[in-house]
Design a protein around this ligand. Structure first.
Ligand SMILES: [Fe+2]
Length: 593
């Protein structure tokens, strides 16, 4: 039984294939077309998934689409009558979805009549819930999906048991924690699609000095719900305007906040304006109010389900700061957030919803690692090196046995070098988790600034994340519940903060990745070798890119290595070093622990 899941005509377009209940592959379109958060139809991702699974489109029995234009039709009609522009946008969505068979045929280079798979429409948040629960390790769990908007809902909650999900409730447009966070991010000068995580990083620098104002903005409602005070917003009058100028471009969102917000909080920050204390305090207040509403939802869900385990999905599930506090502020003892918790994950969720809930098959799969994307052979890597400037006389290129490779790479990192690390299958979801990563020494506080200056060019207030051996998490962090997909932030123990200053955020937390030997033996061995050299079982891990989607192919990794001031590239078993540059003084040695 082959099921193709497709997130199309929406941000983070993606595809996934499930064969007899096992996930074979899942990948975002942005990794192929190099457009961040690419919307439109995922032509490349669909082609890759079929090829990886050894299938043609004729072998696919079911196509699962995480969108149901007919869901919540009453609410949609109500707003369509009030907003003609919105009605026009809805009609465009319906037209796009009616053409999906043609787009699928075009991607597979066949006639539309050849696409015989049964098509299933799965409501947006139902697919989010399925993406969280059906691949989790739990037989029973509470399940929560929270994001901006999808099929006219912003939040949905359910209980999961075996191969069934039972939806208990939802919050409909215009009330949305995701849109609230986006609106305030815009107010703070962060307008790009996906910028909310920057504001989450900024929040740690401020105090929630505007708590009263934000409590009026996001009000508690009895039971699970919350309501936005719509005076502060305009999306309920203009419609949720998400568009993309071309089929495969990054989505653009219209302004979501109203003039009343400026009356209350003062003039908006322009994107180039310096960040003042006031902006930091607003970010902190925004985050605090989100957390209040989030934990109200979660505590109500616990009361309703009695389950000690919770699965989370939707864009808000990327709020690692809030997720890390779940154990303190709710009775939940176990948390699962799959690596593509946002809209890319809908492709997996819709496919599993069809497999379990529609077709009734039992559960047999747990997503316990994130490595579901393309991989490349030694020969492809060798050819990519040969075709690049690396093959010239100035570079040192050596191939090593695996045991030697991890030790040599660990030595370079411990010596203060910036190491690009490209191995195996690409990660599913937005986080580099040790297969497409840039790695540096976490003991060197200056590496944050060095990384930004030489490669990443990110805002200085944004934190970098630590990867830690799973078995050492309790030694360094106040919590040790596994965080394999970097979506929980815990406090670093006070006595350890000076040991790993580079990935410790200003508030003493770290958005950690716990690395198990079973999930990624090579990455685990690299961190282990670093620990042998330094006594510290941690690396600073940031994504292998420079203001672009994470690199996917060897040539993209090589291009990034060549155009930035990265010192070392480890690609497959090749270790490549640049000629000595005097752009930066030699790093000071750090004494072993
Ligand atoms: Fe969503």
């Amino acid at each position: 039984m082959n099921i193709l899941g497709i997130n199309a005509y929406h941000g983070n377009s993606s595809a996934a294939i499930v064969c007899d209940g096992q996930l074979v592959t899942a990948v975002e379109e942005e990794r192929f077309n190099r457009v961040k958060y690419a919307a439109g139809f995922p032509h490349n991702a669909v082609r890759y998934c079929l090829q990886e699974a050894g299938l043609t489109i004729r072998d696919v029995e079911h196509v699962a689409i995480p969108r149901n234009p007919w869901a919540r039709m009453g609410t949609k009609l109500f707003y369509a009558l009030r907003m003609p522009r919105f009605a026009f946008d809805r009609s465009k969505v319906l037209t796009r979805f009616s053409g999906i068979q043609g787009d699928l045929a075009k991607a597979c280079n066949v006639d539309p009549e050849s696409v015989q798979a049964q098509r299933h429409r799965v409501e947006h948040h139902v697919a989010h819930l399925a993406s969280a629960f059906f691949v989790s390790p739990f037989d029973q769990a509470a399940v929560l999906s929270t994001d901006g908007l999808g099929d006219f809902a912003s939040t949905m909650w359910a209980s999961g048991r075996g191969n069934r999900l039972e939806v208990h409730g939802a919050v409909s447009f215009p009330h949305s924690l995701g849109l609230y966070y986006t609106a305030l991010s815009q107010y703070l000068g962060f307008w790009k699609f996906g910028d909310e995580y920057k504001v989450m990083g900024l929040a740690a620098y401020g105090e929630p000095a505007h708590e009263g104002e934000f409590r009026r903005m996001v009000k508690a409602e009895n039971g699970h719900g919350f309501r936005l005070d719509l005076k502060y917003f305009c999306h309920h009058q203009t419609g949720p305007q998400m568009s993309w100028p071309e089929n495969d471009r990054t989505p653009v969102l219209g302004q979501l906040f109203s003039p009343y917000l400026e009356e209350r909080l003062g003039k908006t920050r322009t994107p180039t304006e310096p960040i003042a204390k006031k902006h930091k305090d607003i970010a902190a207040s925004l985050q605090a109010a989100l957390e209040e509403a989030y934990f109200r939802l979660l505590n109500s869900l616990y009361q309703e389900t009695g389950s000690k385990a919770v699965c989370l999905a939707g864009g808000v599930a990327f709020n690692c700061v809030a997720n890390g506090k779940i154990f303190d502020r709710t009775p939940f003892a176990e948390v699962y957030v799959q690596p593509a918790a946002g809209d890319a994950g809908l492709a997996v969720g819709a496919a599993y919803y069809v497999y379990h809930q529609v077709l009734g098959h039992p559960r047999s799969f747990v997503m316990d690692h994130a490595y579901w994307g393309p991989q490349f052979t030694r020969e492809t890597i060798r050819q990519a090196i040969k075709a690049s400037a690396i093959s010239g006389p100035n570079f040192c290129v050596r191939e090593h046995a695996t045991g030697e490779l991890t030790l040599l790479a660990a030595e370079r990192i411990a010596a203060g070098k910036i190491v690009g690390w490209f191995q195996g299958r690409a990660e599913w979801g937005p986080r580099a988790l040790g297969n497409r990563s840039i790695l540096v020494d976490p003991r060197r506080a200056e590496m944050r600034e060095v990384l930004n200056r030489r490669i990443k060019h990110r805002e200085p207030f944004r934190p970098f994340a630590p990867s830690i051996l799973e078995e050492a998490a309790a030694e360094y962090f106040e919590r040790s519940h596994p965080s394999p997909f970097m979506n929980l932030a815990y406090s670093v123990k006070p006595e350890k903060r000076a040991k790993i200053p580079a990935p410790t955020h200003v508030d003493g937390t770290g958005r950690l990745q716990t690395v198990s030997r079973s999930a990624n033996p090579l990455y685990w061995a690299l961190i282990k070798d670093f620990e042998k050299l330094t006594g510290v079982p941690v690396l600073l891990n940031t994504s292998f890119n420079d203001n672009e989607p994470i690199v996917l192919q060897p040539r993209e990794a090589i291009d990034c290595f060549l155009r930035t001031n990265m010192d070392v590239l480890v690609i497959g078993n090749y270790l490549i070093e640049k000629p000595i540059s005097h752009a930066d003084p030699s790093p000071e040695p750090v004494l072993s622990a």
